[in-house]
Design a protein around this ligand. Sequence first.
Ligand code: PLP
Length: 417
Amino acid sequence: MGRRGHHPTTTFAAADRASSRPVSTRASPLVPRLGRRLIPEELLKMVTNVVDLRSDTVTKPSDAMRAAMAAADVDDDVLGADPTAHRFEMEMARITGKEAALFVPSGTMANLISVLVHCDTRGSEVILGDNSHIHIYENGGISTIGGVHPKTVRNNPDGTMDIDKIVAAIRHPDGALYYPTTRLICLENTHANCGGKCLSAEYTDEVGEVAKSHGLKLHIDGARIFNASVALGVPVHRLVKVADSVSVCISKGLGAPVGSVIVGSTAFIEKAKILRKTLGGGMRQVGILCAAAYVAVRDTVGKLADDHRRAKVLADGLKKIKHFRVDTTSVETNMVFFDIVDSRISPDKLCQVLEQRNVLAMPAGSKSMRLVIHYQISDSDVQYALTCVEKAAEEILTGSKKFEHLTNGTTRNSYGH
Ligand SMILES: Cc1ncc(COP(=O)(O)O)c(C=O)c1O
């Protein structure tokens, strides 16, 4: 998902500036030319000097996660014997109010498996948002691997699809000779491409009712369902009550290094387990990862409200910069999308200039940007980023470097916010 991936060159350069040690300012992409070996703590400190707003997927495991990984009791999970994986899956089933859960390597695989289990006959059709992650960013896997046909319905700016449009998209059985067969509806909560908007429990219930009355299943891509839960003040199990399956990412806002979970009925998860193996997602001593995931769910959910507050501060600050337009009321969770109104400032150029000041961001379109808050972004990081965004715009417009003196080397409080 990253536009440019990890960027150690800038990171090490930042650390050079922040440090009083006489080190070279040149850095190779992978090995810093520091003339001495770095101990891991120093490397870690350097990495955290970057204000990385590209995504909430960029977090590094906390000390507690690393400790849990080191201490994890593990066994072969393909044989169903890993106690730490089992404990984590039980916990996720409990939190989501479903019978069973399955840890998988990624959100993409979680969605693919879920769709394929519900649409186990070729020529099945799934109704999903035209702006949904499954439709846009998952390589069309439901079609290429599963033979499932996507029927898109327009996503409203709030991430919903109109109920009457969903109903209209359901294939009539009279046309079974010609049509694919509708078997599934997919929702996304929060909706990433719609700016991290939350779907309410009531809306989800309505879609669930449509699905049920037409004999369809409902899957929720809940990559950031915990963000929705915190923002709405509604427990996760209530938000997904009517869903037959939910995929939940642990490596986004929750900050675990790897993994997603699928939840659903016991029968659904049994089938999902077979597909996970087919897709190469059966992992052996996976408790190492589940240990971190368990800590992420335990420790990070309580911090999401801070992420959301910081996203609002960021949006409010951006709104005050004349070159940008941001709808602050649209910021419901940890994502901030903003438009660049001055045609001389391209998103790519803005990202490039920001990167020189160790602020990493991603274009969202030809005239828009996306910034994402996560638990390793502090209040001071937000302020630093705002200063840099404003100065970067000026620098692009005037061609002069007005903020050479700025560095975030001293703005971090500590590792792991
Ligand atoms: C809403 C949503 N669903 C699914 C995914 C896929 O997750 P992964 O990158 O773990 O495959 C993402 C990734 O960003 C996402 O934003």
